[in-house]
Design a protein around this ligand. Structure first.
Ligand SMILES: [Zn+2]
Length: 411
């Protein structure tokens, strides 16, 4: 009896784990998030926009932190913050959905609510946090929280973050999530960097934030079917991931993506603006902003003495060509534009779209050989990395076990 009970618990936990883990790679791509945060600044009519845009590289970093750092660090607890499966509660137009978390938990059970995504309530939590930090003029944290908040607001405008059919797995569209974020948005970055005058509106004060959040989630949901339909059409006669498919899916859904990115920017601006008004409209710092703090590379003498770099004498290739040399030992050159350390591994990326492009990986067991905080140490440096180029998750990488394999060329 007791054993059976334990077995059942194990099965349930396992099922929840699979459900949640299977959603891990899903979001707007990093470039999409960055664009929404930046565009959000342009919807603000005041010093708040100037303050945020003056720190846009930090804002870009913070907006991607929930996907790139927190999911690894906090696991399932974080993953459920990035979506809400509206259709698991009731059919569209969700007119009976209880907006408050307490009411929803009472009606459906806390476990149901937590496993089907906490996104709307997380946005409210971050709004409270931002309002508090604005009140106390804690500018460092204002910038951080504004960035984090922008991530979740952007996720809520990604139609596939609002439905249980988030990857088209229920309708023969499996893989659509990645197609939509990568082939449609990330590969056509220029089409989404709107000019200030092309944005869909200006930030406005929100009287009832919870209803506002649910209204854009509901609106977002209505676009999911069109994306799935465009995907089915794009697959007619073309393999998913083929160049032909990429062109078709981009053509079929770019209008939706543009519309949602525009809308996300205005919603985000309004959310930031509302926090500022509710905080008593504090004056932003002018001139040299105290918050501009790009990650500072650590001085070399704080780390272990680096052995003289020994790399192969073969020709140096660009990081962009790394995928042409799988299973070969090469020296790859490029600038580290993005990095993150999950505690288990440190990733150095040569393109902000880290899911698609060449990456250097070092594992925790080797960290002691490298300077402390390698993710900061190598960031913004031009490096040459030597090692065997391997394919992992459809992209090239080199695993580096020794600092002699990374030579800093510049920076
Ligand atoms: Zn996300």
């Amino acid at each position: 009896m007791w054993l059976n009970y334990c077995k059942n618990i194990v099965v349930v936990i396992f099922a929840i784990a699979i459900f949640v883990i299977s959603r891990e790679p899903l979001a707007w791509g990093p470039i999409g998030h960055e664009i929404i945060a930046e565009n959000g600044c342009y919807t603000l009519p005041s010093d708040m926009g100037t303050f945020l845009i003056s720190n846009k590289s930090l804002l870009a970093q913070y907006t991607n932190e929930p996907d790139m750092v927190w999911k690894d660090k906090f696991g399932d607890e974080e993953r459920v913050k990035h979506f809400i499966d509206m259709d698991r509660y009731e059919k569209f137009p969700f007119s009976h959905f209880p907006h408050s978390y307490e009411k929803a938990s009472k009606e459906y059970g806390a476990r149901f609510v937590n496993t089907n995504g906490r996104l709307p309530w997380v946005i409210l939590e971050f709004m409270d946090r931002l309002t508090g930090e604005l009140k106390s003029r804690d500018w460092d944290n204002v910038l951080k929280t504004a960035g984090h908040l922008s991530h979740y607001v952007a996720d809520a405008h990604q139609p596939l973050h609002t439905t249980e059919n988030y990857d088209g797995q229920l309708t023969g569209n499996l893989g659509i999530h990645k197609s939509f974020e990568s082939y449609v948005v990330d590969e056509h970055e220029g089409e989404y960097r709107f000019k200030r005058e092309d944005l869909a509106g200006k930030a406005e004060y929100i009287e009832d934030p919870l209803s506002f959040v649910f209204s854009f989630i509901r609106d977002s949901y209505t676009w999911a079917d069109n994306i799935l339909l465009a995907d089915l059409k794009a697959r007619e006669g073309s393999e998913i991931d083929s160049e032909e498919y990429k062109v078709k899916i981009s053509k079929g859904t770019s209008e939706i993506a543009q519309k949602q990115i525009r809308k996300a920017s205005v919603s985000l601006g309004s959310i930031w603006w509302t926090c500022w008004v509710n905080a008593g409209k504090p004056e932003f710092p002018k001139g040299d902003l105290p918050v501009v703090r790009e990650p500072v590379p650590l001085p070399v003498d704080e780390g272990p003495k680096l052995p003289k770099t020994v790399h192969n004498t073969g020709s140096v290739i660009s990081w962009e060509d790394a995928d042409k040399y799988y299973e070969e030992v090469k020296t790859v050159e490029g600038k580290i534009v993005l990095s993150h350390n999950s505690g288990k591994a440190c990733f150095l990326n040569f393109h902000r779209n880290y899911k698609e492009h060449f990456t250097v990986v070092m594992f925790a067991k080797d960290f002691a050989k490298f300077p402390p905080n390698p993710e900061r140490y190598y960031l913004n440096k031009i490096v040459r990395v030597t090692g065997k180029i391997q394919e992992y998750n459809n992209k090239p990488e080199i695993i580096v076990k020794d600092p002699s394999k990374i030579e800093i060329i510049e920076g």
